[in-house]
Design a protein around this ligand. Sequence first.
Ligand code: IPM
Ligand code: MN
Length: 362
Amino acid sequence: MSNSNNQKEFNIAVLPGDGVGPEVVKEAIKVLNKVSEKYQIRFNYQEGLIGAQAIYKYNSALPEETKEIVENADAILFGAVGDPAFDKDPNAKVRPEQGILQLRKLLNLYANIRPIKTYKELYSKSPLKEEIINGVDFVVIRELTGGIYFGEPRGRTENSKKAFDTCIYSDEEITRVGRIAFEMARKRRNKVTVVDKSNVLATSRLWKEVINNLHKEYSDVNLEFLYVDNAAMQIIRRPADFDVILTENMFGDILTDEASVITGSIGMLPSSSIGEKDGKRRGLFEPIHGSYPEGAGKNIANPIGTILSAADMLDFLGLDEASNAIRNAVDKTLSDGIFTMDIANENYMSCSEMGDAITSRI
Ligand code: IPM
Ligand code: MN
């Protein structure tokens, strides 16, 4: 990654994808170019097609060309996938979402990290009362390559009158993501909440057993278990009580969408997906808002989720000084009263103006 002159150089795969993806990724690149200049880091960007864009050109949501780019990259900056054109045909064989699902599997990105943090400038935008969201700062760690998303067998019975999916987990899959949760809790407020449905599901009972065993190595960390239905309630009732939430793939998908509304705008939230393959650490960084097709091409999306994802990417690459510069610039921009349309009702900035505002504060 670094050459002999000690100049830092990284290969970044850039996958803008669909909807507002290209617009928000463009702003993140603007910010990265600024830190590149300021901290003398060289980024070699390689752009690849994914999602609906890739289907239109190659009839595949994750073409070979893109696979090669991501395999050889030090990190991946991702926009979004999804196109309503495909929602009309529920039997479509190729779907944009397959792009990200295949990518997670290809690179073994087994842990998805979604931090939920409130900003005081956005308190009035949250559907929850200020006293409830005051000081909320938790992280959801979602298992990302197992469970019902990938379990086999799946499909339809011969007469097509029934359909089935399989939820399956191994102890190794649970242990490796469990370690990430415990390690993270140690750097934070030392608490892990495991969300499961062990009163009903066999896989959840395995989760409970494996995590309880693993906890022996992390006995300094406080551990609790919540049933997912109850967790859905508690995340809204007392979000400030959580530190690290650890859960399986589908529960994590649902709970992170729920959690995102606490902060007042889903447009603010970054996420990281990490794992390892061929002895190399892998990381993909993306905003959690998705493709937002209604906003595409209008220059109205909030690029902060992607810009903060780029900051997480720099942490992953060991470039803490640069990542902190980005986060400080975002905080400064918000405290200067500069907002996009999802946050302000009037005098709001466009997506690209927000990118400029943050870049100029680095
Ligand atoms: C997410 C998304 C994906 C998922 C879709 C696009 C397949 O909702 O990243 O949360 O369900 O994991
Ligand atoms: Mn989701």
